[in-house]
Design a protein around this ligand. Structure first.
Ligand code: MGP
Length: 241
């Protein structure tokens, strides 16, 4: 019995070898498996929910590149607040830019996937995982670290049905609204990035443009095959060309 077969019997962790093994509601992601993970066949582990929330590898790599371009070189620590099965944290670790990569994940099974996937991608020793609620962890364990770190957050958007409305309402996003996220991260970090739906209401985002930066706020679409997958909002001090 292989290690992944053993894991599958006792937990919600899976490495599906065929789409027919997947629950119906996530089968549509099967054809995207190599877009999500180029090393999918090397025994990448996923929970069922991770299929619709994980950042695809090319997008995660592009975000990691942008963070290198835009952050002050004096910043050496990055905190992935909703690390999930590891998509972004692995890209941050692989970029080689950060002396420390912290990955916070609330769900223990999901975190096991993230740790395992980091091993698959050869960066297992470069990520420090913390099992807990990111708001609690930032308040208590990482408080002194967070103020000089970059915080990256790819929160839940209320499930895969987020896509139903033409314009996504960030005030009613579940379980955390834009305001909840902004208030929580601004309390602990100066520089933070939110990964949000491509159809997010830009007027709601514009309200957070700071006066001291001439009312400018950097928002970037991340695309695959010419279609936006999601946006990032960059809060704090960023210098993009
Ligand atoms: P999607 O719209 O569900 O993609 O998610 P899908 O069905 O592949 O459709 P297509 O039109 O893009 O082909 C697009 C991207 O949004 C995914 O790749 C994830 O990175 C991200 N994403 C989706 N959801 C539901 C979430 C979420 O709840 N949280 C986070 N952080 N990202 C999500």
């Amino acid at each position: 019995m292989s290690a992944s077969e053993e894991v599958e019997q006792t937990t919600s962790i899976h490495h599906y070898a065929d789409s027919s093994d997947m629950p119906d509601d996530i089968q549509k992601y099967w054809h995207q498996r190599y877009d999500i993970w180029s090393l999918y066949d090397e025994d990448v582990w996923m929970t069922n929910d991770a299929w619709f929330g994980v950042t695809p590898e090319p997008v995660a790599n592009k975000i990691a590149e942008h963070l290198i371009e835009g952050t002050d070189p004096s910043k050496t620590i990055i905190i992935d607040a909703f690390a999930g099965v590891g998509g972004n944290a692995i890209a941050f670790a692989r970029s080689g830019r950060w002396q420390q990569v912290f990955a916070i994940e609330k769900d223990a099974e999901t975190m096991k996937c993230g740790k395992h996937n980091a091993e698959v991608y050869g960066v297992g020793s470069k990520i420090f995982w913390i099992n807990g609620d990111c708001f609690e962890v930032l308040k208590k364990r990482l408080r002194s670290v967070a103020k000089d770190a970059v915080v990256f957050a790819s929160p839940p958007w209320g499930g895969p049905s987020y896509n139903g409305d033409d314009v996504f309402d960030l005030k009613t996003m579940q379980p955390y609204s834009l305001k909840d996220l902004y208030d929580a991260y601004a309390a602990y970090a100066r520089d933070f990035v939110l990964y949000l739906p491509r159809s997010s209401d830009l007027n709601q985002i514009a309200k957070y443009a700071p006066k001291y930066k001439n009312q400018r706020l950097e928002v970037t679409h991340y695309c695959m095959s010419g279609w936006s997958k999601a946006i990032c909002i960059f809060f704090g001090e960023w210098t993009f060309e």
